[in-house]
Structures are given as C-alpha cells and as structure tokens.
Design a protein around this ligand. Structure first.
Ligand SMILES: [Zn+2]
Length: 404
C-alpha cells in the first residue's frame, strides 16, 4: 500500500497550502478527474436504484441542529456559529437535518415510500490539527449521502439493497472491505436516551447482516448518536482502519422533526429514516483508491486512459486523428510526440491503462498496436475497433484491462 498524501502530491492529484488552511485540501485537474468519475458513477447507480438527487445549503440555523440533536450530542465536532442578520448560522456537520426538513416540506403519502433522497454534498467538521491527514481526515468533506424515508416494513429491504450497492461499488473500484462492523452505543452521554428505539434499530440491522451472509463484528461505542449502524471498514497504508461506507437506521430524527406520512388507512404514521453512504466521502474514497492502486487506477477512474504514441514523426498526423477518435468516444487521451524515444514515452506513461502505438505498418493499414498497463502486448488491430473495445470496458466500470 502507498501513502496517499505523498503519492497524491507526486501524481499532481491534490495538495494543501498553509494559506488556505490545514485540513482543507484542493484538487488539481488530474485529481478532479478521478473525483468526477467517481461522482458520475455513484449518481448513475443511485438513479438506477430509484434515488432522486437534491441540493441543499451547506449552512443552517442553529435551531436546525438543536432539533436534530447535533447541537447537544455532536457539538465537539461542529464549527462555532456565525451571526448573520441577527441569527446564528452553522456550517453543517451532516446533511440529515436538511433532508428531514425537505421531506417535511410536502404532505407525504405511503404511496411515495420508500422515498430515496440523495445528495453528494459538503459537510464540515472542526477536526483537531493533530488528527488531520491528507484527504483521509479533512475539515470539509463531500459525502455521498442519502436518506431513505420508509415504513418499518421496508427498512430491512432498503438496508440490504444499500449493502448490495456498496458491494458492487467496491468491485468497480477494485477495493476490499477490511471488515463489516455492527456499530452499537457504548457507555457515556453521547447517545440519545431511548432504550426501546436502540433495541428495535439494532435488531433490524442484525437481521440484515445475518441474512446477507457477511461476516461481521460488533463494535460498542461506535454508533451514531441517534442510532446504530453497519460500518464498512477499510485499512490505510499504515494498517489504520477507518469507516468508508455506512448503513444506519434512525427512529430519532423522524421523531424530532415530527415526520409523517398518510397511510393506506388514512391516518398519520411516522416514517423511519435509513441513512446510507455507498462510497463515503469522495475525499476518503479517493485517498483509499490512491493507497490501494498506487497511481494505477481502474481505467474508468484513470486521469489519462489512452496514451497515443507515434513511433516517429511520420505517424504524428495519424496519432492526432486517433486521439480525436478516442475523445469522440468519451475517452481521455493524449498524444506523446516522437521528440523522445519510444522506450522513454512507454515508461513515462506506464500507469496509463492503454498505450496505442502507431508505427508505419499500423498507419498504412488503419491499425494500432496496443500495450496494456500490465505489460501485455496485443497484436495490431483495426483502430476504430480498438477504441470501441476500450470504451466498452470503461463504460462498464470493469477493473479488467482487456476482455478476450
Ligand atoms: Zn444522515
């Protein structure tokens, strides 16, 4: 495993500056491509799974967090309020309160449930300076968040479906969970006091885990203040574990925000909130991808996907044409011209998944020779067909470089 802070700087993915501030990383163009690819992937799979995306502001009035319980249970991690127009506003520590208010903004019928509200949004934590580390622990993160408002009967299926989305996302990213943890409350006043609620929520999550057949451990003292959760843990280069993905069952915030839906019986009922994140924050997800893959990301995430290498200046125009064909197919491609030796250019682009090499023979026949990142050399083939094959692999989020 690699240290993402060191490699992130070397690969020009992200950096920090003391003038912007500790724990506030910025993303350079290549890092921004990795992040955008991840965001596009997650929004697409969420849309397919019936989620609808929203946007909500990164600030909220202090009262919003008093109602949600963050002010009482989570104040250590929150930024101090700012006074604007005689009101106190806070940088949000989570997206849940905004989504609860948005649910409440319309009368809801049981026919709308499960209502899956997703947002990839910024949230802020006043982490201590000593705890900060590159993208892994930052003071502003962008969470792949969603809240599913549903009936009690729907909770188990929704939680299980979220776990399945997590598993398929990990396959596409080529990463593995270190372990699954059922995070339960521990001693101390951090948790809302409602023993019956904790029991019911823990029972649902235990059933979901048992039914999934996944091995898991229980972790006392790791729950959210409002409910237990399933945490999917990953390890970093130093063997330290952190939580990437979560599925949580919450009876508390629906109560606090007085959320309702009209049931088939015409009466008002209380929905349950399932909080879930498939890839966690994009910051932590990219940190983990860097550590896991070094610079060699799966092709769909690679900043540069195709390096076009003309053997000599005579193939330059054909190389430019081939690059255009790649760009038109939605691929990220670049020509490295013959001012350096072919060997040097092959080495320079060794973390690029595909090298398209054009010599006189290939150019004469409209073909291209392909060198894969893992060292495999494929026989020359029709250039448009090669582009179509790479495009298909990238669009399917495959971690395989080639399918024969
Ligand atoms: Zn939430």
């Amino acid at each position: 495993m690699f240290d993402h802070r060191k490699l992130g700087r070397e690969l020009n993915l992200f950096d920090t500056d003391p003038l912007i501030g500790a724990g506030l990383p910025y993303w350079l163009p290549d890092g921004a491509i990795v992040r955008q690819s991840l965001e596009e992937y997650i929004r697409t799979v969420e849309r397919r799974a019936g989620y609808r995306h929203v946007y909500s502001p990164v600030l909220g009035k202090r009262e919003l967090y008093e109602i949600s319980g963050h002010w009482a249970h989570y104040d250590d991690d929150m930024y101090p309020p700012m006074v604007v127009g005689g009101e106190q506003v806070v940088l949000r520590p989570s997206l849940c309160p905004h989504h609860a208010v948005m649910y409440r903004s319309r009368a809801r019928s049981y026919r709308e449930l499960p209502l899956r509200m997703a947002e990839l949004g910024a949230m802020y934590r006043s982490e201590l300076s000593g705890a900060l580390g590159g993208l892994n622990r930052a003071r502003c993160i962008h969470l792949n968040d969603a809240h599913i408002f549903c009936t009690l009967d729907q909770v188990a299926d929704e939680a299980a479906a979220a776990l399945a989305l997590i598993e398929s996302a990990y396959r596409a990213m080529g990463i593995e969970a270190a372990r699954y943890r059922l995070s339960l409350p521990g001693p101390g006043g951090k948790y809302v006091a409602a023993p019956d609620m904790w029991q019911r929520a823990s029972r649902v999550l235990t059933e979901v885990l048992d039914r999934s057949g996944l091995a898991y451990e229980e972790g006392a003292g790791e729950a959210a203040f409002y409910g237990p959760k399933i945490d999917i843990q990953v390890s970093d280069h130093a063997g330290r574990e952190s939580t990437l993905s979560t599925v949580q069952v919450d009876f508390h915030q629906p109560e606090r925000f007085d959320l309702r839906y009209i049931g088939a019986d015409g009466a008002k009922h209380r929905p349950v909130m399932v909080h879930r994140s498939i890839i966690g924050s994009v910051e932590r997800a990219v940190a983990h991808l860097i550590e896991r893959h070094g610079g060699a990301f799966p092709a769909w995430l690679a900043p540069l996907q195709v390096a076009v290498l003309p053997v000599s200046a005579a193939e330059h125009l054909a190389a430019v044409d081939l690059r255009e064909r790649c760009l038109a197919a939605g691929l990220r491609a670049q020509v490295l011209d013959a001012s350096a030796s072919l060997g040097a250019r092959v080495r320079e682009t060794r973390s690029v998944p595909y090298q398209f090499i054009l010599g006189p023979a290939e150019t004469a026949h409209g073909e291209v020779a392909i060198r894969l990142r893992d060292g495999r050399r494929l026989p020359a083939r029709n250039a448009p067909e090669a582009v179509a094959r790479v495009r298909a692999l990238v669009e399917s989020h495959s971690i395989r470089l080639w399918d024969d």
